[in-house]
Design a protein around this ligand. Structure first.
Ligand code: SAH
Ligand code: SF4
Ligand code: F3S
Length: 464
């Protein structure tokens, strides 16, 4: 147990908070917890739920039933922040009618200094605010709130890791395991290093033990999380590298898949690529955000690789494993992106043949270097470029997914598909969405599916 976990379970704070919770909640105390943003944030949200459960809260999916509403926010793009402010606006009325309800804002937005000012000025009905590394301080903040503090907040950086033992996981067969927190890369457009702090790797033994435990409890997919998992261990004195960690986890007995995200091309060395290719439990897929195909833009983004270096990585994998599955993040409209620079991105997308890309229009984040850069490209032009990129990718993916037709793939079944009555969906080792007809009892298990059809975002087939 780490120091922070002890802090959480400080029996005195615990007792006092639980007493207040009982006193002020209308029925049994019920909390609504919503996480925006990436999987790391979702994982934090699951830990926050664990803390609330230890304070005797139950959970609801509808904030209108809740005694406590917690929004775990994302700051990566302006649209993400707008969604949060919109949600706060919706909650305002409910909060006015139910003044005893506790409203909490946490996560990446809460870590930005400008947010606290904005909350004080425009959203004074927020009761508690805490930053990305202050999860463990929630009981203390609740106590301050119950004792009458107007806005209880804590945005200090806590170095101690907050234990996974509290996590209440949504899924009984898919689990995410953060292996590191923070980011040192300072891509010029990105807010993450400012709101998540510097890289901190978790101890390898602790991670391995956690994965063993999950596998023993029947989890079939372990997703290792970090902003740049390839630099795992760099901050530990005698730390394992990420590829060594993958090989250690691959030794754990059991029927399960290991996945990870995200990787940075500048650190995707042969040791990592070989580990992916050689470890039988590691999914045969790499999510490798390229951002764009232009070397001049990559330089302005401070990405520290070139389009040629990126293609070398792709070739290395595909020479050893034909049709190796890749996905990526691509940004359109970085400040002053020219038509030629954008066309370099189209060329790269055409050449690499990603199965899937996540696309974003550049969004200015105050405090980052790119926010100071001149930008004469209009929003309308950026949207047109985005449409061109999406159209190209649809064609690429339609062709690409045909390579699976006629093959039998192993699928971890995730749920019912919207395709129609009796249809299920899951993902293959290559992280392809696979749809097929089958009984709901297959959900959470591995099945074999023979692929008969391909579309631009998924394949479908029949159970073998
Ligand atoms: N650490 C991960 C990505 C985290 S953010 C990595 O480096 O791959 C996820 C994606 O959001 C990024 O890959 C990028 O494409 C996008 N993104 C980040 N900042 C952005 C911004 N200011 N505007 C638009 N998209 C952004
Ligand atoms: Fe942001 Fe770059 Fe770090 Fe990813 S690697 S989180 S894009 S700064
Ligand atoms: Fe968003 Fe924070 Fe993740 S900014 S993308 S929730 S690390």
């Amino acid at each position: 147990m780490t120091a922070n976990e002890c802090n959480i379970m400080n029996p005195e704070v615990q007792k006092q908070v639980s007493k207040y919770v009982k006193m002020y909640s209308r029925k049994g105390a019920v909390a609504y917890v919503h996480s925006f943003g990436c999987q790391l944030n979702v994982s934090d949200g699951e830990k926050i739920k664990g803390i609330l459960a230890s304070l005797e809260f139950d959970f609801t999916d509808d904030y209108k039933n809740a005694d406590l509403i917690l929004l775990n926010t994302c700051a990566v793009r302006e649209s993400a922040e707008d969604t949060v402010y919109g949600t706060l606006g919706n909650i305002k009325k409910y909060k006015k009618e139910n003044p005893g309800v506790i409203l909490i804002l946490c996560g990446c937005m809460a870590q930005e200094p400008k947010t606290i000012e904005k909350i004080k000025k425009h959203y004074p009905f927020v009761d508690i605010l805490f930053g990305t590394s202050a999860l463990s301080q929630l009981p203390k903040l609740l106590l301050e709130h119950y004792e009458g503090k107007k806005l209880a907040f804590d945005t200090k950086e806590y170095k101690e890791e907050f234990g996974a033992s509290y996590q209440i996981r949504e899924s009984s067969f898919k689990a995410s395991v953060p292996i590191m927190f923070g980011c040192n890369n300072f891509c010029t457009y990105c807010i993450v290093p400012y709101v998540r702090g510097r890289e901190r790797s978790r101890n390898a033994e602790v991670i391995i033990q956690e994965v063993k435990e999950l596998v023993k409890n029947g989890y079939k997919e372990i997703m290792l999380l970090g902003q740049n998992v390839n630099s795992y261990g760099n901050d530990l004195p005698d730390g394992m590298s990420f590829s060594e960690l993958l090989r250690e986890l691959n030794k754990i007995e059991g029927d399960f898949w290991i996945r990870f995200m995200s990787s940075h091309p500048k650190d995707a060395g042969k040791d990592l690529l070989d580990a992916i290719l050689e470890c039988d439990k590691v999914g045969k897929h790499l999510h490798l955000p390229v951002q764009c195909g232009s070397n001049s833009v990559l330089k302005r983004m401070n990405r520290n690789y070139t389009a040629e270096k990126y293609k070398e990585i792709v070739n290395y994998l595909r020479e050893r494993s034909e049709g190796f599955a890749l996905s990526s993040d691509i940004m359109v409209g970085f400040p002053n992106e020219t038509e030629e620079e954008f066309e370099d991105t189209l060329k790269l997308v055409e050449e690499v043949k990603f199965d899937n890309i996540f696309t974003f229009i550049y969004s200015k984040r105050s405090g980052t270097k790119a926010a100071e850069m001149e930008d004469i490209t209009t929003d309308a032009e950026k949207r047109i470029r985005m449409d061109r990129l999406l159209k190209l990718q649809r064609n690429v993916a339609t062709e690409n997914y045909k390579r699976f037709i006629g093959t039998v793939v192993r699928v971890l079944v995730e749920g019912e598909s919207k395709q129609g009555e009796g249809w299920l969906f899951g993902k293959s080792s290559a992280y392809t969405i696979v749809e097929f007809k089958g009984d709901k009892s297959f959900i959470g298990t591995f099945v074999d599916v023979k692929i008969t059809d391909a579309r631009n975002w998924a394949v479908s087939g029949e159970l073998v």
